[in-house]
Design a protein around this ligand. Structure first.
Ligand code: DNO
Length: 358
């Protein structure tokens, strides 16, 4: 069975409360993180335990971490990487000791997900995150970073932490010799080093795709399409090495056949992000409500593919629209994600029952 969750950034960072999440029917747990710990630092076991206790006191479970972020030295593959990997292993051990076994991470250089508008107004007055490649092509990365943070309504967004801002220029320099091949090798190196720890604690590593699924600002991006993921699955051919199947990220490229990718990744999908996008033209899209008819994806086929491969991990509705006057972190309001969760659970129930009656 798939387990429905909501992403939650912690009581100090999220406008959405655990009590609200608990009232959404069918939501069993949260996907959370220690938001204030910079990439590379070891997560203290007591902090993980306190987080777990807080979530459990609200009647929910911690069903995964999104994200334990990877220090750029690991992605660059420089002489400091082993120290940061040792720290990562210590964090995995602490999570494993606390029984938390799904870990989402990404391997995108410098920037995490990228959008050019965090509050594009749709005809019904809702706002969504949107992307236009033409804007990215004309703006300098540092100005882009400033602009993204300035438009987040004061919310510190995942992957856009202000302490990274100061380093943007240095980071671009540090990546100048990192080709796609090198980035891939650095990822394999990292996975091989953490493998014994993951296997000891049965931790499933779920790599998040690059969003959008192509290179931005001239930086290499490697988790973009099926053949590349399969290459990664083979390079470290063990079940701990899996993916976060993020429909919205892979779906930024209309050539990615989302249900087909899910089916091809059977056994290696450890976490699912389910949402919808509306495509306008190549490289121009906006996010949409989860409902199939509101965007370009067939959500029924996506959920069906997850069901068919026997997916049993956590799933979450991904970025929602901002509706009903809510003020929250862009993409992460309560209302539209709650609606999305009910729609996905409805599809799932119908698919399950149709199968039993066969
Ligand atoms: C954005 C998210 C990403 C994702 C990371 C995973 O909303 O989908 O920030 O959490 O890339 O490491």
């Amino acid at each position: 069975m798939m387990h429905m969750t909501l992403r939650w950034f912690g009581s100090k960072h999220d406008t959405v409360t655990l009590e609200q999440i608990k009232q959404i029917p069918g939501v069993e747990g949260v996907i959370t993180t220690l938001y204030d710990i910079p990439a590379g630092e070891v997560w203290p076991r007591e902090r993980i335990k306190a987080l777990k206790d807080e979530v459990e006191a609200a009647g929910l479970k911690v069903l995964g971490i999104e994200s334990v972020n990877i220090h750029d030295d690991i992605k660059i593959g420089n002489e400091n990487r082993d120290k940061w990997i040792d720290n990562y292993i210590a964090t995995l051990e602490a999570l494993g000791e606390e029984g938390i076994t799904t870990v989402c991470y990404n391997f995108m250089p410098v920037f995490d997900w990228t959008r050019t508008d965090l509050a594009k107004v749709r005809p019904d007055g809702s706002t969504v995150l949107a992307y236009d490649q033409k804007i990215v092509d004309t703006i300098d990365p540092k100005a882009f970073f400033d602009q993204t943070n300035a438009s987040s309504q004061g919310f510190e967004m995942p992957g856009w932490e202000p302490e990274r801002l100061a380093k943007v220029k240095d980071l671009f320099d540090a990546y100048k010799d990192v080709t796609e091949e090198k980035l891939f090798d650095n990822l394999v190196y990292f996975l091989k080093r953490i493998q014994p720890t993951c296997e000891k604690y049965d931790i499933k590593m779920a790599i998040h795709p690059d969003d959008p699924a192509w290179p931005v600002f001239g930086l290499p991006r490697i988790i973009t399409r099926l053949d590349r993921i399969q290459k990664l699955m083979k390079a470290v051919d063990a079940p701990f090495n899996g993916v976060t199947f993020c429909a919205g990220s892979y779906g930024t490229n209309p050539n990615n056949d989302l249900p087909g990718m899910i089916r091809a990744l059977k056994g290696r999908v450890h976490f699912a992000h389910i949402r919808n996008l509306h495509h306008f033209e190549d490289g121009v899209f906006e996010e949409a409500a989860h409902l199939s008819s509101d965007g370009s994806f067939d959500l029924y086929e996506i959920v069906k593919a997850l069901y068919d491969i026997g997916f049993e991990g956590p799933a979450r509705p991904d970025h929602g629209r901002m509706i009903w006057g809510e003020v929250a972190m862009p993409g992460y309001g309560l209302y539209d994600r709650a609606l999305g969760s009910q729609y996905i659970l409805g599809l799932y129930e119908a698919i399950t029952k149709a199968d039993r009656s066969r």
